[in-house]
Ligand binder design. Structure first.
Ligand code: HEM
Length: 168
């Protein structure tokens, strides 16, 4: 039993579950549930959840990627550049690329969409009748769409993780 490998894999899988699970939960439960609230409340709740989410997931995602690098190299078969062209090496690289992609997507597409939604002044968010303005509707829609689309990255990452288990 290689205890170093055990600890790295334990942390990698545990933190990976937290990262992937958060995105999965957002798309399947949180966003559909929040969508039943009036739009003004969706913005308030969404902005608090987004703020907390970024605070927690930023370091978690960084750690998952770092641990994945260590698991594949120091505690895995990728000991030379040649190994990167093996089936395992390619799968590992694809997993790495999509994990970085998921991180960048959240930073570039989800975070700024949340900021744009929050930047709409109260007076421009709700009309005189208290109904949400098209500007608010569209901003909230973009946040939800971008958060759900992040799942696409995880479909690939998860497949890579399982393939590597079988040496591919
Ligand atoms: C959200 C991102 C990720 C999640 C949820 C995740 C999840 C997992 C899981 C569940 C396993 C265990 C698979 C098994 O034993 O059946 C695993 C293994 C592994 N992961 Fe990740 N992972 C993620 C990102 C990454 C990244 C970015 C890399 C590379 C830099 C990576 C490299 C590895 C390696 C090398 C293994 C060991 C595969 C083996 O030889 O059995 N992972 N990961």
């Amino acid at each position: 039993m290689n205890w170093g490998q055990f600890v790295v894999q334990w942390l990698h899988v545990g933190l990976g579950v937290l990262w992937f699970g958060t995105v999965l939960y957002n798309a399947t439960i949180l966003i559909p549930a929040i969508s039943r609230l009036p739009l003004g409340e969706q913005r308030r709740v969404g902005s608090l959840i987004g703020e907390q989410g970024f605070k927690v997931i930023r370091p978690v995602a960084g750690a998952v990627i770092l641990l994945g690098l260590i698991r594949g190299t120091l505690f895995g078969p990728i000991k030379s550049l040649d190994m990167l062209t093996s089936a395992y090496g390619i799968t590992w690289l694809v997993g790495l690329a999509f994990a970085i992609g998921a991180y960048v997507w959240a930073e570039r597409m989800v975070g700024p969409a949340l900021a744009r939604m929050n930047a709409i002044p109260e007076a421009e968010a709700l009309g005189p009748d208290g109904a949400p303005t098209p500007a608010l509707e569209s901003a909230v829609g973009v946040v939800k769409r971008n958060a759900v689309l992040e799942l696409g990255f995880f479909a690939v990452i998860f497949t890579c993780m399982i393939l590597m288990r079988f040496g591919l």
